[in-house]
Design a protein around this ligand. Structure first.
Ligand code: JFZ
Length: 427
């Protein structure tokens, strides 16, 4: 990573962000009344369930199998370093204690402070904690619709929203990130977002913000895609199937291979990846999350230096898998095993040592100019999900190949940058 001199304000922001940059992997938890319906977290809106009918779900929401420590344990199984937990989703039901409404898990339903349990479990497990809070609210009156039509309703609604953010930041000790969502229908001015962030940071000066209260915040949040956001930290969030909230009919599960590719995209592109779990209505965790997250955590723990990497890889693509880089070491994540010999050309550095990262067993190699040949490899991949080969170089790793056998080294024309899906929002 090239050294740059940051302005004091930038260096303060970078210092605040350092832990999140290094964390790389997080686990999202979407849980609330909607999990009892089993049709995803937007069921109230998509089925136009009247507020009076929907809120009766609070009376059967017992959380009898909700276990915050088990959720923290699942995050550790994944290899995650932090958890994002939905304190209130768009349906307006609060899993935290609030003096501003009775529509909470403390006063109606389990009679438990679920958020308090989750924060304590994360601290005990050594996980960072991000509190997800939706600005939009389908239950509260006045709501955004009233606010759009009546200044007094707008004031009352904002007092509720800002007041609940204050509650979240004063009731549970140190919180690492405030994860806004549900920013529609207002813009930053409509939410008084500057005031919101200023109040939050006055309460918790180290606090990080995402970009979903219509301000840039500290990091971008590509939704269900791992498109690097140039020049700043990005955190891509993904469902494991296609639903954030529990939905047993949705069996479109991502394989460990697909999840690991997302983690590699983040490691390669200077971002984070967050995988979601949607517990059942009773709070229990579907087994498939343990199966898939367990595979990912196994690979991350066996090859930690190759995933928690601070540097961007300047290594041209290779068909055997993908590169990550840290310092003078290039890590080749072999996901398509080449057999007993592998040839890597285009190197603009000298390999000093080659080895399997997991276990450190040396690999025989020769290098003639830019061409490296690895020999004596096993016939089959030691780890079919990801076998990491560490190539210790004599300088920062660099690999370049032209798009042809004799095309000179010329800059490649750049495709249009991918338009962020938050069109018009700061990324
Ligand atoms: C929002 C929520 O509506 C959803 O339920 C879930 O909580 C998710 C993490 O966040 O959904 C979004 C947010 C942003 C985009 C799309 C869906 N986007 O930018 O395209």
């Amino acid at each position: 990573m090239t050294d740059v001199t940051l302005s004091p304000a930038l260096s303060e922001a970078e210092a605040r962000l350092a832990w999140l940059r290094a964390a790389r992997v997080g686990m999202f938890v979407h849980w609330g009344l909607y999990a009892q319906l089993g049709r995803g977290e937007w069921a109230m809106n998509r089925e136009r369930i009247p507020v009076a009918e929907y809120e009766r779900l609070a009376d059967t929401f017992t959380a009898e199998r909700f276990d915050a420590d088990a959720l923290a344990g699942l995050a550790l199984e994944l290899g995650a370093r932090y958890m994002i937990f939905t304190t209130k989703h768009h349906d307006g039901y609060c899993l935290f204690d609030s003096a501003l409404t009775d529509y909470t898990a403390v006063k109606r339903g389990p009679k438990r402070d679920i958020v308090g349990e989750v924060v304590a479990a994360c601290r005990k497990a050594g996980l960072g904690i991000a509190l997800y809070y939706t600005l939009n609210d389908w239950h509260h009156r006045p709501d955004a619709t009233d606010a759009l039509e009546d200044p007094a309703a707008h004031e009352e609604f904002l007092a509720y929203v800002h007041g609940q953010i204050r509650e979240l930041l004063t009731q549970y000790g140190r919180i690492d990130t405030l994860w806004y969502d549900g920013w529609w229908p207002f813009d930053a001015a409509g939410w008084r977002a500057e005031e919101m962030n200023a109040m939050a940071r006055a309460l918790q000066p180290h606090l990080l913000f995402n970009n979903r209260n219509c301000l840039a915040g500290d990091f971008a949040t590509p939704e269900q895609h791992a498109t690097p956001v140039p020049g700043r930290l990005w955190e891509a969030n993904f469902t494991l199937n296609d639903n954030w909230g529990y939905c047993p009919s949705d069996t479109n599960w991502k394989s460990p291979r697909q999840v690991l590719d997302l983690v590699l995209a983040a490691a390669r592109g200077g971002g984070n990846v967050v995988m979601n779990v949607g517990p059942r209505g009773d709070g229990s965790i579907p087994e498939i999350y343990h199966d898939t997250f367990g595979e990912i955590g196994r690979v991350l723990r066996a090859n930690e230096p190759a995933f928690f990497t601070p540097d961007l890889a300047d290594m041209d693509w290779i068909n055997h898998g993908t590169w990550t880089v840290c310092g003078h070491t290039a890590y080749l994540h072999v996901t398509r095993w080449p057999g007993e010999t592998a040839v890597i050309t285009g190197l603009e550095c000298r390999v000093q040592r080659a080895s399997f990262l997991a276990g450190g067993v040396p690999i025989a190699f020769t290098q003639v100019e830019d061409k490296l040949t690895l020999t004596g490899l096993p016939a089959a991949a030691p780890d079919p999900l990801d076998t990491v080969i560490a190539l210790e170089m004599d300088r920062p790793p660099k690999r370049y190949l032209t798009g042809g056998m004799r095309i000179p080294r010329v800059p490649h024309c750049q495709y249009d940058p991918v338009e962020s899906n938050m069109v018009g929002m700061p990324t």
